[in-house]
Write a new protein. Structure first.
Length: 356
């Protein structure tokens, strides 16, 4: 399968049918169950994961190593991690870069392995004018349903004695939020990067009034790991290599950011809203200046915010009946990253060859 084909299919779909809803755009993707390809979901609109995905899909070593094992690489862009959950649960997508809430959703309904920690940072509640949470009562707030930012929003409201019924929630794409705030279509929004940085740069009145913990993970389906363990390790090597390559020089970071912006524009149909400097700053702050990145995810017991988000989803009725935390916690028991770390020559961890 041509790894560029899914991106062209998305553009063709846009041209033929106009704006595409987030519940339908990926129906155009060629994702049959049990295909020989390794199908990877990426998020070109969320940083710094967008940069990791952009580098991985251009990794010639990764494509060559997977093809040598009979499993060509194919990458597919998604607007949000929740859009990948059904496809991964059905075995139509083998891997994805997911936020913590989609990761919990997936691990609760199917067998998944959490292979690596992409970042550990925060999501932000950004206000247009108000500086106190209590003053958001009656206001319009943009959010991405079933995301870590959704959980952050409800945490922030609760800290001020407010609930969902005290505000008007407006579902938006992550790329729409800065403009919606600037134009007054919403009074605040809850989101991950780059939306907060863009909004703060565009308006001196905008401010962050609440933050919540957030993590991104590199997640694989357990069926993929069991059927093709070596391909899973090769994919992890590409993930690790992408971060190491960016860490080598500022030029590499800027190149990755430019690739991510191109990919994001292809998905959204709009030019990038952020600057190259903003993208570089986000990548440095959230992954490249963290000495241990990429890292093996900490045990669930050391990540209490994950349990909080599990309970949040359970309260909303978004998890299967009878879901138990222990099943999600069990998804962390995978040693693929350690195996690849221990064999840097075999997995080409310090060799780099990317499309230009």
């Amino acid at each position: 399968m041509n790894p560029v084909k899914p991106w062209l299919a998305f553009l063709l779909c846009c041209c033929l049918s106009g704006p595409v809803g987030s519940a339908e755009y990926y129906d155009a993707y060629d994702l049959p169950k049990d295909s020989p390809s390794v199908d990877l979901g990426v998020q070109p609109l969320g940083y710094p994961a967008a940069m990791i995905g952009a580098v991985m899909r251009r990794d010639r070593i990764l494509r060559s190593d997977l093809a040598a094992g009979g499993s060509p690489l194919a990458t597919f862009p998604f607007r949000r991690g929740a859009d990948m959950v059904d496809l991964m649960a059905e075995g139509r997508l083998e891997a994805g870069l997911l936020g913590d809430m989609p990761t919990i959703l997936l691990a609760s309904r199917s067998e998944a392995v959490i292979a690596g920690l992409v970042k550990r940072t925060s999501t932000a509640l950004v206000s247009r004018e108000e500086t106190m949470l209590a003053r958001l009562k009656g206001k319009r707030i943009g959010y991405v349903p079933l995301s870590s930012a959704h959980h952050t929003l409800l945490q922030g409201l609760a800290s001020a004695g407010l609930g969902e019924g005290d505000v008007t929630l407006v579902a938006l794409g992550i790329d729409e939020m800065p403009d919606a705030l600037a134009q007054g279509r919403v009074d605040a929004f809850a989101a991950w990067e780059p939306a907060p940085s863009i909004a703060l740069a565009h308006s001196v009145q905008a401010s962050v009034i609440f933050r919540g913990l957030s993590s991104d993970y590199f997640v694989l389906t357990r069926s993929f790991v069991q059927k093709n363990p070596e391909a899973a390790r090769v994919l992890l090597a590409g993930f690790m290599r992408s971060i190491e390559w960016m860490r080598r020089s500022r030029k590499n970071i800027e190149t990755a950011a430019q690739w991510a912006m191109l990919d994001g524009s292809a998905l959204s149909g709009h030019p990038p809203s952020m600057t190259l400097a903003q993208a570089v700053d986000i990548a440095r702050r959230e992954i490249l200046d963290v000495p241990s990145a990429p890292s093996i995810p900490a045990a669930p017991a050391d990540q209490p915010h994950l349990l909080g988000e599990f309970r949040f989803l359970q309260k909303l009725g978004k998890l299967p009946a009878g879901s138990v935390w222990e099943r999600t916690a069990g998804a962390f028991a995978y040693d693929g990253l350690q195996t690849v770390f221990a064999a840097p020559v075999k997995y080409h961890l310090h060799s780099f060859d990317y499309d230009r």
